[in-house]
Design a protein around this ligand. Structure first.
Ligand SMILES: [Cu+2]
Length: 184
């Protein structure tokens, strides 16, 4: 058994202080940040998707992904909602709107003129699989107010018309996934 009695109280204090002074791991990954969202149906467990969000050069973020188990040959809305809470369809709140636009719109409209969380509709094939590859400057992957880290990707039961307020007349929420940092 080690005898630590030689450590005086001040010496022990110094050890504790030194441990506390060790560099804290950075809160955002260094280099090209990447995030991941695993999307699952609220009630339909056939709905399963994986989305990858990658910080591009400059301010843009590229969103790629694939979802299966959706209704075949359909057009379905997908948005970033403000809270990363998938406990039930309402828990994720409204569309992510860090620019305080207060307006739903088309994902290609100018940044700040509509919700940052407005994404282009998913189009499913005859197997019920949809893919997305979309680049936006409306949000970021960092620790700033425009970051989508910790927020939710939500898939709806209907298409987004990109104009009805406040959510494009997209109907109920059928699937949800929390956006988190990907392992570097
Ligand atoms: Cu939505």
């Amino acid at each position: 058994m080690w005898n630590l009695h030689f450590l005086t109280r001040p010496a022990l204090g110094l050890v504790v202080w030194a441990l506390g002074a060790l560099p804290v791991e950075a809160q955002a990954p260094a280099g090209k940040a990447q995030a991941v969202a695993i999307v699952r149906g609220f009630t339909n467990s056939d709905i399963q998707g994986t989305f990858i969000l990658t910080q591009g050069d400059g301010k843009s973020v590229r969103v790629t992904g694939e979802v299966r188990g959706l209704p075949p040959k359909s057009t379905l809305a997908i948005h970033v909602h403000e809270w990363g809470d998938c406990r039930n369809p309402d828990a994720s709140g409204a569309h992510f709107d860090p620019h305080k636009s207060g307006k739903h719109g088309h994902p290609h409209d100018p940044v700040g003129s509509h919700h940052a969380g407005d994404l282009p509709n998913l189009e499913t094939d005859d197997q019920g699989v949809a893919r997305i590859d979309f680049t936006t400057q409306a949000f970021t992957l960092d620790m700033s107010p425009t970051s989508v880290i910790g927020r939710a990707l939500i898939i709806h039961e209907k298409a987004d018309d990109y104009k009805s307020q406040p959510a494009g007349a997209a109907g109920g929420r059928i699937a949800c996934g929390v956006i988190g940092w990907a392992k570097p």
